[in-house]
Design a protein around this ligand. Structure first.
Ligand code: NAP
Length: 297
């Protein structure tokens, strides 16, 4: 009898992948996809109960027992530092970091650190996590960072209202946080070039997930209809999985992808003045800079 082996099935064997927001939607589907390829998955979730339930589902659906759970609320920087500390105590390597967790909040809510939550979770958490994990990613080289961004991006970043202190609009706060994530992806790629770690970002498409829960009532009302035209989380996870695992992407860095294809974005995403300002703000807000850590030496 001839056994036909699926070549993609084991390509992530021996690889450790951290996925934030892995208990639902795109993150959970990404975890299942990579676990099916043999990866060891480290799920990062804020809610233990939800995380444990998803962990069992991921193990069952992927038929891979190497799925572990870390609890961290990514809206607080102390939790991010603790997450990284615990991870480094437990693991020697990290091959893939997927910054997937995200929120889209209808109201302005400040985090424990006094930062507007959308900006804190969608942008500052990936910034800080990527910086703090850079050394272990470098040790595990070739390693990859994948940032789940969006195609909903703001026209610019309003540094005078970054914390929503003057006014808060849901779509703008979300679009601004995703633009910041894209700008960070390009800039970080430039700063870590040659270190054996790549970083890319993506738009997953419009995907039927829990993201809707914080939308205004009228959007929720139409959701059953709109939802008919949205992708399943499994389809929405395809580009994340591709960027995390495909040999085609080896060495590719600082790019934005849609449907597994590289796409050029509006000029604002490459604006060096905005990047410089954003980097300085990020260093101030997190007290962490890649160059300060001397990771280049
Ligand atoms: N769905 C779309 O159409 C779409 C389009 C473009 C981009 N995206 C992006 O795709 C990513 C995944 O979203 P999704 O659509 O799959 O929505 P989702 O099902 O709501 O997943 C979001 C995940 O992020 C987690 N999360 C939120 N705040 C957190 C925090 N403070 N600490 C730790 N984890 C936190 C959530 O945990 P809880 O379950 O505990 O809340 C959940 O696991 C997001 O970055 C989103 O912006 C989605």
């Amino acid at each position: 009898m001839t056994i036909i082996k699926n070549h993609t099935s084991e390509i992530m064997k021996g690889k450790i992948c951290m996925i934030t927001g892995a208990n639902s939607g795109i993150g959970k589907a990404t975890a299942i996809g990579l676990a099916k390829m043999g990866a060891t998955i480290v799920m990062v979730c804020r809610n233990k109960k939800k995380g444990e339930k998803a962990l069992e589902d991921i193990k069952k659906e992927s038929n891979n027992g190497k799925v572990n759970l870390s609890i961290a609320d990514l809206s607080t920087q102390e939790a991010i530092h603790q997450l990284v500390k615990d991870f480094k105590e437990r693991y020697q390597y990290l091959h893939v970091l997927i910054n997937n967790a995200g929120v889209n909040l209808s109201k302005r809510v400040l985090t424990e650190d006094g930062i507007e939550t959308t900006f804190a979770v969608n942008y500052l958490a990936p910034y800080l996590l990527s910086n703090l994990l850079l050394d272990i990613l470098q040790t595990s080289s070739p390693a990859r960072i994948v940032n789940v961004a969006s195609s909903v991006i703001a026209k610019s970043i309003n540094f005078e209202n970054l914390n929503g202190e003057k006014h808060y609009r849901q779509l703008n706060a979300y679009g601004q946080s995703k633009l910041a994530l894209i700008l960070f992806t390009y800039e970080f790629a430039r700063r870590i070039e040659g270190m054996g770690v790549t970083i890319n970002c993506l738009h997953p498409g419009y995907v039927k997930t829990n993201m809707i829960r914080n939308f205004r009532k009228f959007v929720k009302y139409f959701f059953p209809f709109i939802g008919l035209f949205m992708k399943s989380p499994k389809k929405g996870a395809k580009t994340s999985i591709y960027l995390a695992s495909s040999p085609e992407i080896q060495g590719v860095s600082g790019k934005y992808f849609k449907k597994r294809k590289e796409v050029e974005l509006a000029e604002v995403s490459y604006d060096q003045e905005i990047v410089k300002r954003l980097w300085n703000v990020s260093v101030d807000l997190t007290n962490h800079d890649v160059e300060r850590k001397k990771v280049f030496s």
